[in-house]
Design a binder for this molecule. Sequence first.
Ligand SMILES: *[C@@H]1O[C@H](CO)[C@@H](O)[C@H](O)[C@H]1NC(C)=O
Ligand SMILES: *[C@@H]1O[C@H](CO)[C@@H](O)[C@H](O)[C@H]1NC(C)=O
Ligand SMILES: *[C@@H]1O[C@H](CO)[C@@H](O)[C@H](O)[C@H]1NC(C)=O
Ligand SMILES: *[C@@H]1O[C@H](CO)[C@@H](O)[C@H](O)[C@H]1NC(C)=O
Ligand SMILES: *[C@@H]1O[C@H](CO)[C@@H](O)[C@H](O)[C@H]1NC(C)=O
Ligand SMILES: *[C@@H]1O[C@H](CO)[C@@H](O)[C@H](O)[C@H]1NC(C)=O
Length: 463
Amino acid sequence: MRLTLLLLFFTLNFVMFHSQARYHYHKKRKHSPPTSQISQPPSGAPAAGAPGPSNQPPKADPNVNPGVFDVRNFGAVGDGMTDDTEAFKAAWDAACQFESGVLLVPKSYSFMIQSTIFTGPCKGGLVFKVDGTVMPPDGPELWPSKNSKHQWLVFYRLDEMSLQGGGEINGRGEKWWNLPCKPHRGPNGSTLPGPCDSPVAIRFFMSNNLTVQGLKIIDSPQFNFRFDKCTNVHVESIHITAPALSPNTDGIHIENANNVRIYDSTISNGDDCVSIGSGCYDVDIRNITCGPGHGISIGSLGNHNSRACVSNITVRDSVIKNTDNGVRIKTWQGGSGAVSGITFDNLHMENVRNPIMIDQFYCLTKDCKNGSSAVLVSDIQYSGIKGTYDIRSPPMHFACSDSVPCTNITLSDVELLPAKGEMVLDPFCWNAYGDFEALTIPPVSCLLAGNPRSILENSLGLC
Ligand SMILES: *[C@@H]1O[C@H](CO)[C@@H](O)[C@H](O)[C@H]1NC(C)=O
Ligand SMILES: *[C@@H]1O[C@H](CO)[C@@H](O)[C@H](O)[C@H]1NC(C)=O
Ligand SMILES: *[C@@H]1O[C@H](CO)[C@@H](O)[C@H](O)[C@H]1NC(C)=O
Ligand SMILES: *[C@@H]1O[C@H](CO)[C@@H](O)[C@H](O)[C@H]1NC(C)=O
Ligand SMILES: *[C@@H]1O[C@H](CO)[C@@H](O)[C@H](O)[C@H]1NC(C)=O
Ligand SMILES: *[C@@H]1O[C@H](CO)[C@@H](O)[C@H](O)[C@H]1NC(C)=O
């Protein structure tokens, strides 16, 4: 029934697009004051799911932009309080069927929408354009129990789609960060049992040829972006912020993704700036600024004895400041597979606690056992890594497993100085093979010479 109504509504809309734009323009002025709507009670908001032409706000000029589907034309109110989910779904369905259609979230409006899966396939060139603000219900108590608490905005099975605009996605994360079980790093640092799930703000799943550009994302309840089983992803000029103590607010998380480019963006949050999970390859990260937060991570990999493969990752021309880690590779004991072909080049560190780190003993509890296997870490290159570190830990830390050493770690042009205090003269190495091309600061004399990899390759099921 609802579907029929919506279809009817589209048809009507389409006809009216062409005949009555002027009429609607007048209605706009009467019903939708453009800026101060948040302070006013939403009077006579249309019932979601049953929009009719008679209570509709204006059309965009149809002659100029026939493929633009403004969510207000589908009944969205944008007063920051009304639930506009159904209007977004209807606008999506319309834009989806239009070659290079644009779902428009207009400037100066604030739309509250529930956890929603925007599903494809759609016609190519679809644009989800956020010029205004999009936000979820404010916290777990207002989250309908029938909705997933793992994700908020999901884009699923799309090819050639773009999420862009000059607007803002506000995750209203605070009440989620304060759930009792969250790992707070407060004075006591304790956690209590209690609800823990929090939604990822924006998830792309099983989608290809994606562009994300220009948006601001603030206060995500959990990861800001998660790209999962995606090929050809281009992220550019985005700005992510969440407080330094907000738990699990990773900026951009990718897994089983390849051909990913992340450029010209700034990320400050309470967890990893970018985290690269299992199954990622051909990833290029350039000109990003991270911090505060936990820096750029590959891993954690190999949890629960799993097999993980990550290769051909480059991070270059970036700044990492006031973070717990700079560039880190972390694997669990007992996994298999390999991380290889990783280049960290021309990175500027500012007051970073562990600028360069490989940790093959990654563990979140105290009772992790050492395994007889591990994810191989090899062909890792660090060049032009300069700046300052926090002397509470050594600036370089290569902790490799006893069963599977790290191989072919190369360092060149590394110059790390204390942000304040005395230089830490002993980088940490354990079972790490590699070489440096020129003297590093501080000097690393603990890398082992040679390359045991050929022996290893025979005994490991590599990727
Ligand atoms: C935190 O620790 C202080 C001092 O040990 C104690 O007085 C306080 O009750 C603790 N707070 C919580 C929430 O456990
Ligand atoms: C989209 O991605 C798929 C898979 O990577 C690729 O085969 C296809 O050519 C791409 N299409 C466009 C238009 O780039
Ligand atoms: C790097 O990214 C910033 C945005 O964070 C941008 O303003 C700047 O132009 C970019 N630099 C280059 C060389 O592209
Ligand atoms: C590594 O990834 C880049 C894209 O980031 C790609 O251009 C390049 O061909 C890849 N190299 C190999 C050896 O596959
Ligand atoms: C695991 O191995 C490392 C390196 O040999 C060692 O320092 C650590 O104590 C071991 N941990 C356990 C739980 O055996
Ligand atoms: C060492 O790793 C680099 C890339 O980091 C690679 O170009 C080189 O071929 C590797 N050397 C050996 C001996 O595998």
